[in-house]
Design a protein around this ligand. Sequence first.
Ligand code: NOJ
Length: 976
Amino acid sequence: MTIMRTLLLAAAVPVVFAQTQTQPAGSPFPSSTYENATDPRAQAGAVSGQTSPPKYPSPWGEGLGDWDAAYAQAHDFVSQLTLTEKVNLTTGVGWQSEKCVGNTGSIPRLGFKALCMQDSPLGVRFADFVSAFPAGGTIAATWDRKLFYQRGYGMGSEHKEKGIDAQLGPVVGPLGRQAAGGRNWEGFSPDPVLAGIACAETVKGIQDAGVMSTTKHYILNEQEHFRQGAPPASLGLNALSSNVDDVTMHELYLWPFADAVRAGTVSIMCSYNQINNSQACQNSYTQNYLLKNELGFQGFIMSDWAATHSGVSSALAGLDQTMPGDIAFNSGTTYFGTNLTIAVLNGTVPQWRLDDMAVRIIAAWYYVDRPGNQVADAPNFSSWTSDTDGFRHYYQSLDYQRVNDHIDVRGNHGAEIRAQAAAGTVLLKNTGALPLSGKEQLTSVFGEDAAENPLGPNGCSDRGCDEGTLAMGWGSGTANFPYLVTPLEAIKAEVLSNGGSFESVTDNYAYSTIAALGRRTAQVGGACIAFGNADAGEGYITVDNNTGDRNNLTIWGDFDLLVANLTAQCNNTIVVLHTVGPVITNSFVDNPNVTAIIWAGIPGQESGNAITDILFGKVNPGGKLPFTIGSSRGEYGTEILYEPNNGNNSPQDNFEEGIFIDYRAFDKLGETPVFEFGLGLSYTTFSYSDLGVQAHSAPAYTAPSGNTGPAPTYGTVSNITSSYVFPASIDRIWNYIYPYLNSTSLSVSSGDPAYGINYTWPAGSYDSSSQPYVAAGGAPGGNPRLYDVLFTVTATITNTGDVVGDEVAQLYVNLGGADDAKVVLRNFDRLTIQPGATATFSADITRRDLSNWDSASQNWFISSATKTIFVGSSSRKLPLTTTLDLSGIITGPGSGGNGTAPVYPSSSASGYSSSATSSGDGSSSASTSVGSSVSVSSASSPTGYSSSFTTSAKPSGPAGYSHSSPPAYSPTGYRA
Ligand code: NOJ
């Protein structure tokens, strides 16, 4: 649609724009052709090239699923709002302009407080008297739904008590494509089912505590290098483009986001990277089509910090809220704010789109009952100082007041964290050394990783160093430790309580001292326990030359040498690893003097107590690896892109391996893992028997019927521009982002020399008419029929040992197609079984679990290939197997979906037609005619979103208060 904006500047600006365009013919996300693709499906696509098709209009929220009550409340609320009040909800006030890492404007007239958005996925960031929970990867290693939920609820409660509205977590992007990915530890697992279940339970926990969860980073944010372009910034590269095909998108990366949406996550953060060469936060395909249409997401999309690259383009492509509000940190400029007000007044953003943004945000707020979960004087802490008093507007050095109430919100979470970390500890090797009896005459501990950082547990800003024991990675995914129990002190306390003798050497390079203590320990039949780690984090911090992503998979601190030196003397060496992901263990794994190996993950504040519980047998290990440990990084089949590969243009990261990451890659490539995905030993043993399969009747897989209503609007927007000029009653804060106009002239107010030029917006982006649901959609999480249970699998697990123990029984499926993975995880359960006793493992298989994605029909289908199921204790120990009887299930792509067998009586659920239909988006090849509009950059956007609200020089703080600099961070980035 071409908009002659100069014509719209007259006083009678038509506010509700004529909205009669129809959506362009639908097009599947291209199955990009990669010459060297190792997954055939990534090669044999209908459309070549890595582009992201335009998908408009942006779906308006309707209150689908269980969102109806929240939407009814939101409609009432938003109907009362003025234009600038609505805009205030969509825009952060600027980096460090208020106390949280992200803050919206407020609506004082209605008593609505500014929203506070705060990291992190493992606890409250930048606050005191909070808990440091185990990281995502460690809780994933528990494979325990109850603990996923418990941790989520604990974190949510602490956020609530600090007065936070949205916790910026959990993380399922990165999923963990590359073993060395810097932020994998913030997420759960490279397996989408484990990640999806862990994410869903975490979301429920956080939100049941009365706080909004922000599942992030959407999507394909799989590495830190080039996530925002450079480092180094001087290269001027655009953000890396993760190029993926449609099948891989659905069967792997989108999967856990679907689980998050289905679990009710009210907010999703779009990421820094591009997807198929369109920025994530203005990618109409991933936001409008996949997330809001196919997955039926009813909440709001929040940008990652400074990941917004345009105004109108982003709004039309589905972005609902820009954070922290300013274009670049502290620039004083914004793509939304004033410019969104202008865009609505001149018609470039239709009122219905702004209303949808506001409704989604307010519905999210009601959905988790934020009104019923307020605390006094929220937020009661400041991210920017730990002093009691400080500036409320930190960047501006304004409003010096009490900013930290130092409220202790930890409750009994310390005990829970200890149990969670122990439950997520994975025993990888044990030749009988463990558990320790407690009667050892001498117990010796080795390695810097056992001890405390000499600067204290919070000594390095955002944990941006690797000093002392590793209990958290680095970056924004951190929280301050309230204390950190080190392995050294906990083991020592245990040994002393048993009357034993204890010594340690925590200098990794004190070779002769290590050797001497090792020899002495061995001579008295004692135990040598060696601690090692490998760290990673967010790319704005570089630690030991690792710019977020790890440079390699080795264990840090020359640990291999330490172990070689120690094992030459000590024949009972127990290795404990605190690592952010897989590490290479080749040098010691088969050494007979290494009598045990434990992966203790990233355990949080109770690290020492948790590992002591395991070492001394107070807790029987039951954790299982959430990733594969191989013998070389090459075996993983994926690699970090460390060097730019596209000149000065966006680095191109082609996901040529398709769905084959982690254990799927090892299986496909015929590699033998050192420790496979799902592996974890116990102090007891288990046997598997009696596989059973029960088929269920389920409704047919049908497409949702009917259409949405037309886009609603709430309240009317006056086009008298003087109503929106900065109110004289408000003291304007320097560099703060506001929704108000600077002038009654929209052109002057924009401050953009290009204001008013002709521009063609993507076809369909103004269409407010009712839209068809897509076949795979219709409800939060996608078509509800995908979650129908088709089979239940049972097995008997017997504890064949002498002690009570936990076993995580795992269900895998082979989907039977030539291009399918050998096995994919589909379900699991953690069972506590008494010695000699049996337990029944029972796991459902849903329609989605048996389906493949068909790009042409844009729908899931069950192929006619034989479906084989496996049950066992790891991805490679699968003693029980059988095939599923698919008789009667309609199979094949484009067949109208995977309808259900006549043997399963079909009943049509309300709102669903009796037969599946092809996607309303059709299967024609991609129309890229307006594709360029999808990724309009700020530079080329005529929306003029360079408007500045910088009106005065930065004031200095009151006498006696210097404006202290934020903690140092790398020149390549910032600390958001
Ligand atoms: C950038 C990070 O990618 C994101 O995870 C975080 O929530 C924001 N900064 C805010 O700190």
